[in-house]
Design a protein around this ligand. Structure first.
Ligand SMILES: Cc1cc2nc3c(=O)[nH]c(=O)nc-3n(C[C@H](O)[C@H](O)[C@H](O)COP(=O)(O)OP(=O)(O)OC[C@H]3O[C@@H](n4cnc5c(N)ncnc54)[C@H](O)[C@@H]3O)c2cc1C
Length: 456
């Protein structure tokens, strides 16, 4: 299918007649802006962009696509590196303008529509002294992130974003509008918490929210030469961390744009100021840091600290695997590889899993990754198209060089566009067969295929 697909004029007129949002054909004002997603490598032209305002808009857009014989793609926050929110020749069900958020402080719940970003949700929750687990930065969409599991600063304390979901308003391939809960349909509710966008369009999510006063967070940065020793210290120091403490380690670049290579620990603590000081003392005290910027702050501020490293429309190629541990061999190989990284925005990131996220059984929700340990991420970012080949090659070669320390387990949300069936299997892990059975029931025609697809 191509972007020049023609529609039955009467059918399109019928869609327009009641559509609450806007319908953008190629050439229309706003079309080019609406088809852009976070990753600047993605340049695709949908046949039609249905900028939905309401749940009925979503239902009608899906029905229009099916009646027209066109594929469906779904955009939440538009942040996914694979960019499948926008596909050539498809009807793009675009939720970017669905921004409703309602916090109920009595029940400590929040309902938010599928176009909401984490920074928007955090702000509304914080107005009531509440928070729920979102991503590590604030510009990602709640929809894609939650449907893919959703790891972030609060996962040791309150488990994954998906683990905090209480209900999902879902529009299915046949146009049904369901309020999916544990009680209404336990299997579908299970699949929505980690099965990606495979089962329908999530119009809104209801989350459990948690009281969260000020947090302690920030960055402790060391010279690159200290990376091997810092990562060894970090591995040992984080071993007995409480649920209040999360520390991700990174070999990266100074945030001032100088291109200076550094090794750093991004720290986060949900406890009282005294507890945080006690638990963070070893991290602050180790070695001879270049910078220690660790402060008390509201959670929504903490959630923006790393945003600047991931500008919109920057060029992105990411690979990730859970590791077999953080051995000396992995540390030394990662440091060696990083010395030749071609972009001053690249990093090697070690995301540590422990606490609440790991106490939930692997089969309790579709997202299976519950083991204590590390997710190693190669989130490569650059700005010039001429540098694409060098960065993609470096990222692939780095993953290959570290392979003996990596497992087949992958974080679904980080999968790119080219990573094949084995990587998708590695993301759904032991829950894959159960997800296939659910897909056969919920979307037998694979209408929702432009995702990390579970083939029915
Ligand atoms: C800089 C950066 C930081 C990130 N940090 C984290 C992190 O800390 N933790 C983490 O877990 N992930 C993280 N991610 C990955 C992120 O979770 C995924 O990219 C996620 O898909 C983003 O959601 P979105 O709604 O913005 O994406 P979109 O690109 O809009 O959607 C991605 C896919 O999800 C599906 N989808 C989206 N919305 C809906 C919906 N309403 N209903 C049904 N299906 C839908 C579609 O298949 C779509 O192709 C990060 C990504 C980037 C680029």
């Amino acid at each position: 299918m191509t972007a020049t697909a023609t529609f039955d004029a009467e059918r399109l007129q019928e869609l327009r007649a009641t559509f609450g949002g806007s319908i953008l054909e190629p050439g229309a004002a706003g079309y080019d802006e609406a088809r852009q997603v976070h990753n600047g490598l993605i340049d695709r032209r949908p046949a039609l962009i249905a900028r939905c305002r309401t749940t009925s808009d979503i239902r009608d857009a899906i029905a229009f696509a099916r009646a027209s014989g066109l594929d469906v793609c779904v955009r939440g926050g538009g942040h996914n590196v694979a960019g499948r929110a926008v596909m050539d020749g498809a009807v793009m069900v675009d939720l970017a303008e669905m921004k409703g958020i309602h916090v109920d402080p009595e029940t400590r719940t929040v309902r938010a529509q599928g176009g909401v970003l984490w920074r928007e949700l955090n702000r509304e929750c914080a107005a009531h002294g509440l928070a729920t687990t979102g991503g590590a930065i604030s510009t990602t969409g709640i929809a894609g992130l939650t449907l893919g599991g959703g790891l972030g600063w609060l996962m040791a304390k309150h488990a994954l974003a998906a683990d905090n979901v209480l209900s999902v308003e879902l529009v299915t391939a046949d146009g049904s509008i369901l309020n999916v809960t544990e009680q209404s349909d336990a299997e579908l509710f299970w699949g929505l918490r980690g099965g990606g966008g495979n089962f329908g369009v999530a119009a809104s999510f209801e989350y459990r929210a948690h009281p969260l006063p000020l947090v302690t967070g920030g960055l402790i940065a060391h010279p690159f030469e200290a990376a091997p020793a810092m990562l060894r210290f970090y591995r040992d120091a984080i071993a007995d961390a409480s649920d209040d403490l999360s520390v991700f380690a990174v070999i990266g670049h100074a945030p001032d744009g100088s291109g200076l290579k550094i090794a750093a620990m991004a720290v986060f603590h949900t406890g009282t100021e005294e507890q945080a000081e006690r638990d963070l003392a070893p991290f602050r005290g180790w070695g001879d840091p270049l910078v220690v910027e660790v402060h008390r702050m509201p959670y929504p501020v903490m959630n923006t600290l790393l945003d600047a490293g991931y500008p919109r429309r920057s060029l992105n190629y990411w690979l990730s695997n859970f590791t077999t541990g953080l051995s000396d061999g992995l540390i030394d190989a990662a440091v060696e590889r990083f010395a030749s990284t071609p972009s001053p925005m690249n990093a090697i990131l070690f995301e540590h899993f422990h606490g609440a996220v790991c106490r939930i059984p692997a089969a309790a929700a579709a997202v299976p990754h519950r083991e204590e340990g590390w997710n190693l991420v190669l989130p490569s970012v650059w700005l010039e198209p001429a540098d694409t080949e060098a960065n993609v090659t470096w990222t692939k070669e780095t993953q290959a060089a570290l392979a003996e320390h990596l497992t087949e387990r992958r974080w679904l949300n980080y999968l790119g566009d080219d990573q094949g069936a084995d990587a998708v299997r590695g993301a759904y892990g032991p829950n894959y067969d159960r997800l296939v059975a659910l897909k056969r029931r919920a979307d037998p025609d694979n209408v929702f295929r432009h995702n990390h697809n579970i083939e029915p």
